[in-house]
Design a binder for this molecule. Sequence first.
Ligand code: MN
Length: 197
Amino acid sequence: MAITLMDLPYDKGGLEPHISSHTLEFHHGKHHNAYVENTNKLVQGTDLENDDLETMIKKTAGDDARIGIFNNSAQVWNHSFYWQCMKPKGGGLPTGPIAERINADFGDYEAFMEEFKAAGATQFGSGWAWLVLDNDRLKIVKTSNADTPIAHGLKPVLTVDVWEHAYYLDYQSRRPDYLYSYVDKLINWDFVNSCLG
Ligand code: MN
């Protein structure tokens, strides 16, 4: 069963002016799609070809001989998750159960957001910043390149892509400005709540 490219959960222009349709056209249509095509090509004829994405990722994590499959399949998963973490007119104060969980585990929303943005800003080179559940406690982690928390027994509830292709067309090298927009204007808290269960 081939891995497929998920549709964006909004129009290509739906996140403007914070993320342009031009960025989404490349990021989803070219980058994400290439990870899907590469994964399908690489697993063809192997023991992984009938596995679902999460199984492929877990089976190849830490296996140097299959690093290409890990990188591509993890990037497929990470991007599918990232698209769902955003919505038009999102961002700002959390609503629902996540609001209380953030207060309990970080003190308050401000402390959480400063730590989340700092994680994205200080990830050296390409990678991701995440809010994860670690044994039922919320925690912020960073991963490099394609690496993903699901390969480390953590449960993601929010992520931001800090590869340059995520923001360069709209923000050039101003990654902190992209992170500010992401947090203030784009986070889909309903999706985050749906990941807590
Ligand atoms: Mn990306």
